[in-house]
Each structure stands twice: as structure tokens, then as C-alpha cells.
Write a protein that binds this ligand. Structure first.
Ligand code: P6P
Length: 337
């Protein structure tokens, strides 16, 4: 009699990690603890974000509050929260953040086996209009005996040990993966008990979708191949008309694409000739997740996870989503269509 796989829906994120469901042998302890620290930080940041609507009252405005104290902007607060959480328990040697020009060193102790890159609050310009925002993170292992430096972070995304994001939307969710073999899993936050519960086990992206996501306001600045792809995807000519969805927060647009399929594209353009999105803590984490869920992620033609980083904040074009939709985009870039 074949036993059905255990239904793990409702399992807490902490238990899921502790029991090695992410392919993390609990025996290591360090990696498990690091992921749980990230989950802990997500709880703190979601609490700060949920109160952002009261920003002027609570003073999360980056100005000075009634006591005359300088108050951090929400993205600075999220940044500080993540660094503090990651510095505990001694498993993280250093962090690289969208908010910090340089690497923030924590310890060179060899027991700190990992470094973490993150965008603490992606899309923070959408806070004051109550549109979804998010936190994006990626984890790299240090090489044995390696002294921590900026170059520790400059590894291609295929070497990531884990990646994930928190989306602060109609509910707060953590979505993370330790790689293709262990899948991509989503956990939804229940603020009444302060826990993330497994709600989306083993997320798989459809082979093809029916929505495309791109900022059409950049149309005049796109290359000719991108313009040809754009008119095709609208159904002008032989294309199948897709629905257009664009939030303007990478975490929200990529999350929808991961769950529903389709394509998200932020190609280079005349205003952003190297692309707008950051390779290390935006493109790589989402490329890692989308590939682990069975999709694809390129810079238009090359696999994102194979790009060799040269600087912490370097930008890239990013095209991700259903394998077939990303390949169609690439066929236009190659001039095949
Ligand atoms: P645009 C948000 O500012 C962000 O960095 C990403 O989250 C998002 O995908 C992109 O910029 C949106 O850029 O030019 O369309 O406003």
C-alpha cells in the first residue's frame, strides 16, 4: 500500500526548516539557524511595514519624531532589523545590502559559514500608496578558510545555497528554496499567533502563462527586438493576446509570475543601458527560485545564474517566468522572429 506523502500544509516555517525539509540536514545546525534568523527578521519587518500606514504618527518617515529623535525611514529600519537578526548566533560572516555602499562585516570567525545579500525593502516607494512591497535575500556559503571580503559575494547565482523573499501584500508570505532538488515553498504569516505556516508546498511554475509584465512606459526607449516582442505578445500579428499586469514592485510582479506563469521583463533601455534591477540581490535570488520551480530567467539571452558578478550593486536586464514564454522572448532577441 503506497502511503500518501505526508500533508505538511500548516507546518510552521521553523519546523519545516528544522526538520530538513529544505534539504538542510538538521545536523548542520548553522544553515538551519541562519534561515530561521531570516524568518525571524521577516516577522519583525512585517510588523514595521504593517504599521507604515501610521508612519506620520509612528515617525517612520525618516524625519524627526515628537521626541526630537531622528527616525529611520522604513527601508533603513528593515535594513537594520535584518543585519541585527543575521548577526545573532554567529552563522553569518557579512552582509551586502541595497541600502549599504559596501559590505557590512560581522565576523571573520570560521564558524560563520555564510554571507547574505538582500534588498531589505524592495519597492519602498510604493509604501505611501499601500502597494505590495517586499524583502529579497540570497545566501552564499564561504569557501573553506576564505577570509570574508567583497569578492566573497561576487559569485554566480548558480552557487547560491538558498534564496527567497518576503512579500508584504494582502497577507505576508515567505517564499524560499535551497535549490531545484528540494523545491520552492511558500509560508503565509498568521499575525494572531506570530508564525509562518506552510501554504504553498512545492510551487511549480506553468510551462506557459497568459500574462506579461513590463513597464510599457519605457516603450520608446526599448530596442527594436523588444518592441517587436511587445507587439507580438499583445496579439498584433500571430501572437496570442496575453493579459498585461504590472505592479512596479519586483517582488509582487515576480511572485505573481512564479505562481501563475507568464513572463516578467525589465530589459535594458536607453535610460538604463545596463538594466535597472540589481544582479546580486534582485535578479539572482528570483532566477534561483524560478529555475527551482521549473521556469527560466535570463538577461534576454543569457542565463542569469551564469552571469559572473564584478561589483556588489551591478545592474542587469531581467526576463523571468514560464520556460516557453522566456524562450519566445529570447527568439525575438536573437532575431529569429
Ligand atoms: P519602474 C522598485 O523601485 C524596483 O526597484 C523594482 O522593485 C521594480 O520591479 C522596478 O524598480 C520598477 O521600476 O522603472 O518600472 O518604476
Amino acid at each position: 500500500m503506497s502511503l500518501n506523502p505526508p500533508n505538511r500544509t500548516g507546518m510552521t516555517l521553523e519546523t519545516f526548516i528544522m526538520e530538513g525539509m529544505l534539504g538542510v540536514p538538521a545536523a548542520t545546525g548553522a544553515f538551519t539557524s541562519l534561515l530561521n534568523q531570516i524568518a525571524f527578521a521577516a516577522k519583525l519587518v512585517t510588523s514595521q511595514v504593517r504599521r507604515a500606514g501610521l508612519a506620520n504618527v509612528l515617525g517612520y518617515t525618516g524625519g524627526v519624531n515628537v521626541q526630537g529623535e531622528h527616525v529611520m525611514k522604513l527601508d533603513e529600519l528593515a535594513n537594520e532589523t535584518l543585519i541585527t537578526a543575521l548577526a545573532r548566533r554567529g552563522h553569518c560572516a557579512a552582509v551586502a545590502s541595497e541600502e549599504l555602499e559596501d559590505v557590512h562585516f560581522i565576523t571573520n570567525d570560521q564558524r560563520a559559514r555564510y554571507v547574505v545579500m538582500f534588498d531589505p525593502l524592495d519597492g519602498s516607494s510604493n509604501i505611501d500608496v499601500n502597494i505590495s512591497i517586499g524583502t529579497i535575500f540570497a545566501v552564499l556559503r564561504r569557501a573553506e578558510g576564505e577570509d570574508v571580503s567583497a569578492s566573497t559575494f561576487l559569485k554566480p547565482g548558480r552557487e547560491l545555497a538558498a534564496a527567497g523573499y518576503v512579500i508584504y501584500g494582502s497577507s505576508t508570505m515567505v517564499v524560499l528554496s535551497t535549490g531545484r532538488e528540494k523545491g520552492v515553498h511558500g509560508f503565509t504569516y498568521d499575525p494572531s499567533v506570530g508564525e509562518f505556516f506552510l501554504s504553498h508546498e512545492n510551487i511549480r511554475i506553468p510551462e506557459q502563462g497568459s500574462t506579461y509584465s513590463i513597464n510599457e512606459g519605457n516603450h520608446s526607449r526599448w530596442s527594436e527586438p523588444v518592441k517587436r516582442w511587445n507587439s507580438w505578445i499583445k496579439g498584433e500579428g500571430d501572437g496570442r493576446p496575453y493579459g498585461s499586469r504590472y505592479v512596479g514592485t519586483l517582488v509582487a510582479d515576480a511572485h505573481r509570475t512564479l505562481l501563475k506563469g507568464g513572463i516578467f521583463a525589465y530589459p535594458v533601455d536607453a535610460k538604463s543601458p545596463k538594466g535597472k534591477l540589481r544582479l546580486l540581490y534582485e535578479a539572482n535570488p528570483f532566477a534561483f527560485l524560478v529555475e527551482a520551480a521549473g521556469g527560466a530567467a535570463t538577461n534576454g539571452t543569457e542565463r542569469i545564474l551564469d552571469l559572473e558578478p564584478t561589483s556588489l550593486h551591478q545592474r542587469t536586464s531581467l526576463v523571468l517566468g514560464s520556460k516557453l514564454d522566456v524562450e519566445t522572448f529570447a527568439s525575438f532577441m536573437r532575431g529569429d522572429r
